[in-house]
Design a protein around this ligand. Structure first.
Ligand code: CP
Ligand code: NVA
Length: 305
């Protein structure tokens, strides 16, 4: 059974296949065509944290494809009424694919171990694979090609940063991850990634100006992720020099894109001026979540057949 828990679950060729399905479906979508490639298929969503983009993009995408979706709320008792194994075994007998947003990555892994259908990670503390695929697709779309591009991450070495490292490792995009002291990418993750992706071109630094030099895209995310709210004030102090503002963007090429997975805390990790600048591709990036996830669903359900 194929799952998408992190981007180590797919090959570069499979990502290219997902992107090519995405491009075809996105072109048709723009022409008002909704190709029903997944009639009768059912997607279940289990979310332990809030979501706008991930939930809506999966539900709308599944509807476009002629399938349906079920958002399972608290009344399903996920993690409360029965063991994870029993929950997974039963739910996966009735639906074709499950998207899970979990507080702990171990939850998604445990569910997948017992699931008879494919499981997609809709964000955990360790990874946000669908986000990173949509981000690289957006860079390819906006820049014409991924060849020779450099992505600069300025912020926390978090779930989104990790998935971007893996996506860049697959697709040959140079990536710089710039974090304050104490918020670096996990060193074991970096070592594992270098082994998994021998051509990974990853630089880590504490210097935001050096990081964005020559970047095709400058990317940031909230300083305190969901679940880290109690660290908000400390993080505001620790990340104060890592805000993406017009001054920092002036060290990047003038055509550099600004990317953010959203939701943003305007005035903290990014200023209004940058968010609303012509360089900002954040809305196109969010819109691509749906298109790329349609590609993922079509590819994954074909792989499952
Ligand atoms: N970027 C992202 O995953 O957004 P949501 O938290 O709204 O799903
Ligand atoms: N790093 C953020 C991403 C939200 C899409 C979080 O985990 O809250």
């Amino acid at each position: 059974m194929r799952h998408l828990l992190t981007l180590t679950d797919v090959s570069a060729a499979e990502i290219q296949r997902i992107f090519s399905i995405t491009e075809d479906l996105k072109t048709k979508f723009a022409q008002g065509l909704r190709e029903p490639l997944l009639p009768g298929r059912v997607l279940a969503l289990l979310f332990e944290k809030q979501s706008l983009r991930t939930r809506v993009s999966f539900e709308a995408g599944m509807a476009n494809l002629g399938g349906s979706s079920l958002m399972l709320g608290d009344d399903a008792g996920f993690g409360k009424r029965e063991s994870m194994a029993d929950f997974a075994r039963v739910l996966s007998e009735m639906v074709d694919v499950v998207v899970i947003r979990a507080k702990r990555h171990a939850t998604v892994k445990e569910f997948a171990e017992h699931s008879a259908c494919s499981v997609i990670n809709g964000l955990t503390d360790l990874a946000h694979p669908c986000q990173a695929l949509a981000d690289l697709y957006t860079m390819q779309e906006q820049c014409g090609t991924l060849a020779g591009l450099h992505l600069a991450w300025v912020g926390d070495g978090n779930n989104v940063a990790r998935s971007l490292v893996e996506a860049c490792g697959h697709l040959g995009v140079r990536i710089t991850v710039c974090t304050p002291k104490g918020y670096e990418l996990d060193s074991q993750f970096v070592a594992d990634s270098r082994r998994t992706f021998p051509k990974l071109d990853l630089t880590t630094t504490r210097d935001p100006r050096a990081a964005v030099k020559g970047a095709a895209a400058v990317y940031t995310d909230v300083w305190a992720s969901m679940g880290q709210e109690s660290e908000q004030e400390k993080r505001k102090r620790d990340f104060a020099d890592y805000r993406v503002n017009t001054e920092l963007m002036s060290y990047a090429p003038k055509e550099a894109l600004f990317l953010h997975c959203l939701p943003a805390r305007r005035g903290e990790e990014v200023t209004d001026e940058v968010m609303d600048s012509p360089q900002s591709a954040v809305v196109a990036q969010a819109a691509n979540r749906m298109h790329v996830q349609k590609g993922i669903l079509v590819w994954l359900l074909a792989a499952q057949a």
